[in-house]
Write a protein that binds this ligand. Structure first.
Ligand code: HXC
Length: 258
């Protein structure tokens, strides 16, 4: 597919989606969300791809949903277009591991898009926030839900009610991001993490992801059940017998399952 607002490349086993509306700080219009969804469809169907990386520019991952596009809309426009589910849902539903590499602003829908990814790697310059309240609205694609689960009630309330931004250090301290890297190393480090993930057994990675995500949807006993069943299933994988054989034979495993 050809895209207007994003750039999609494969770098070895990693599919890279770069948001590309620099003049608007990667504001997320309907079109951008639609393209992200289409790109995830393509990358998920591609056997060569083992991990998906979503990134923006040096100045902004994304400064939120496109305010100029939203301003004239009414309830029925938003309701009928199901604006908030497009794209976002697709990223959250992706079975392959996803990483958000964030430099600069990740605000509103931008912060929410990052939170739909499995891992957030932040440059020192990253700034996260849910400033919707300053526009007379509230987050619509996870800012009150995923953020609360990630950083707890008090901080989520603080961000959503005051609209203030949190820097990379605060975001790491509160558990929103997995690591902080120097800004000029962001892509390199994120790609290295993505390549590492893509080199693992693909079905084992998908199962680990599925099991972790179940932790947000189930009581502990049910989650433990899902984990145990998936763990047992890995014993049907060639990658599992190969992985253990390779350890015993002191060599690198060759993962084959797709
Ligand atoms: C549309 C945007 C935009 C946005 C920036 N721009 N963010 N356009 N939607 N979300 C545009 C500006 O209008 C400006 O265009 C250009 O990008 C550069 O931005 P500046 O404001 O001039 O840059 P700067 O002074 O550096 O300030 C950066 C900023 C600020 C602090 C990030 O742009 C800002 O506050 N943006 C809005 C953040 C926000 O409120 N996001 C939440 C959106 S609501 P011109 O034409 O003037 O050069 C949301 C809801 C999601 O996300 C829920 C459902 C999807």
């Amino acid at each position: 597919a050809t895209f207007e607002f994003i750039i999609v490349e494969s770098k070895g086993p990693v599919g890279v989606i770069t948001l590309n509306r620099p003049k608007m700080l990667n504001a997320l219009s309907f079109g951008v969300f639609r393209e992200i969804a289409a790109a995830v469809d393509d990358l998920e169907a591609d056997d060569k791809i083992g991990c998906i990386l979503i990134t923006g520019s040096e100045k902004a991952f994304a400064a939120g949903a496109d305010i100029k596009e939203m301003q004239p809309k009414g309830f029925i426009d938003m309701f009928n277009s199901d604006f908030a589910s497009i794209g976002g849902d697709r990223v959250a539903r992706c079975r392959k591991p996803t990483i958000a590499a964030v430099a600069g602003y990740a605000l509103g829908g931008g912060c929410e898009l990052a939170m739909m990814c499995d891992i957030i790697i932040a440059a020192e310059t990253a700034k996260f926030g849910q400033p919707e309240i300053t526009l007379g609205t509230i987050p619509g694609i996870g800012g009150t839900q995923r953020l609360t689960r990630a950083i707890g009630k008090s901080k989520a309330m603080d961000l959503c009610l005051t609209g203030r931004m949190m820097d990379a250090a605060e975001a790491e301290r509160s558990g929103l991001v997995s690591r902080i890297v120097p800004a000029d190393k962001l892509l390199e480090e994120a790609l290295a993490a993505a390549e590492k993930i893509a080199s693992m057994s693909r079905p084992a990675a998908a199962m680990a992801k599925e099991a972790i995500n179940r932790a947000f949807e189930t009581p502990l006993s049910e989650g433990m059940n899902v984990e145990r069943n998936l763990f047992h299933s890995t014993f049907a994988l060639e990658d599992r017998s190969e992985g253990m054989a390779a350890f015993i034979e002191k060599r690198k495993p060759v993962n084959k399952n797709r």
